[in-house]
Design a binder for this molecule. Structure first.
Ligand SMILES: C[S@@+](CC[C@H](N)C(=O)[O-])C[C@H]1O[C@@H](n2cnc3c(N)ncnc32)[C@H](O)[C@@H]1O
Length: 286
């Protein structure tokens, strides 16, 4: 695991309060990577799938792998603007609780759920996942796309998650990963720069996550390296930052927000060099 000790929780909250609008403008309702198929040359098939559609594809693929059933009770950890929660409520009639650190995102998600007609089947809360408590064996699914990167004590979080799941329940995770150990000095620096720019106190490797699941008594049933299928995301984001005036807008808001826009290419490079990977995991509570 690579850690960045300068990241503080209030900075993560502020980051999402300030950047949610940028993500919405640059990307869409889902604040996560897109998932493309690869052609024979290993290139993402962007001709047939737009960035927005690719983000929905990632959500749908994770839902299929987690075998989410109609009416499942779902916890969406780090729910952002409610993209996944609303999707699961709308397409599968799931009953979803979404938690986010950001009061702005909670407000946005509630409003979006209202417009999507799923206000009654969604419950958005401004809550820290590391301090949250839910009844034992309450959820069929604990779902988290690109939030565990922001958690300070990831092993403790997975221990809690295992208790919240019903027996047979599934944990569905997509996460930015540090590359496989041992990492060179320059790869470690790349991961550190990403952690700093995107407010991640640490990034675990694939083996770290597998170990945390096992220690929590969870059985890993799906384990995918989607790095090549998601990397195009950052080329498109960097292009959009260049073409639009968002950097000027960011400068007016906060210097750290500008740093985050400038780190898009750092992340892309980290994927290209193997310093970072993108993982998808499904684990079950036996
Ligand atoms: C990259 S966004 C992903 C949002 C959403 N999962 C999606 O895919 O659209 C990361 C999310 O994690 C949330 N987050 C970060 N740390 C958190 C914490 N300790 N507790 C709850 N949410 C947290 C942020 O507020 C943000 O909503």
């Amino acid at each position: 695991m690579i850690s960045c000790t300068t990241v503080q929780k209030p900075d993560i909250r502020l980051h999402y309060d300030l950047t949610t609008l940028f993500y919405r403008l640059l990307w869409g309702r889902h604040i996560h990577h897109g998932l493309w198929d690869l052609d024979a040359n290993g290139q993402a098939d962007t001709a047939t799938l737009s960035a927005t559609a690719a983000a929905v594809r990632l959500t749908e693929t994770l839902a299929q792998l987690a075998v989410i059933r109609p009416h499942d009770v779902v916890l969406d950890v780090g729910c952002g603007m409610g993209g996944s929660s609303i999707h699961l409520a709308r397409t599968l009639d799931c009953q979803v609780t979404g938690i986010t650190l950001s009061p702005f995102q909670r407000m946005w998600a509630r409003q979006a759920a209202f417009w999507a007609g799923v206000r009654k089947s969604t419950d958005f809360r401004c809550q820290d996942a590391e301090r949250a408590e839910f009844p034992e064996a309450h959820f069929d699914i604990v779902w988290s796309i690109e939030c565990t990167e922001h958690l300070f004590d990831k092993p403790a979080f997975f221990q809690k998650t295992a208790r919240w799941l019903k027996p047979g329940g599934r944990l569905a995770i997509c996460a930015w990963l540090a590359g496989d150990a041992p990492l060179s000095e320059s790869a470690t620096k790349q991961v550190y720069d990403v952690c700093e720019g995107f407010f991640c106190p640490s990034l675990g490797s694939r083996d770290d996550y597998a170990g945390w699941f096992a220690d929590a008594g969870l059985t890993l049933v799906e384990d995918h390296d989607w790095t090549a299928r998601v990397s195009r995301t950052w080329e498109l984001c960097a292009e959009r930052v260049r073409r639009t005036g968002v950097r000027r807008l960011a400068r007016l808001l906060h210097q750290d927000t500008v740093m985050f826009l400038d780190r898009f290419t750092t992340l892309l490079r980290a994927y290209q060099t193997g310093a970072m990977k993108y993982g998808c995991f499904i684990a079950t509570r036996p």
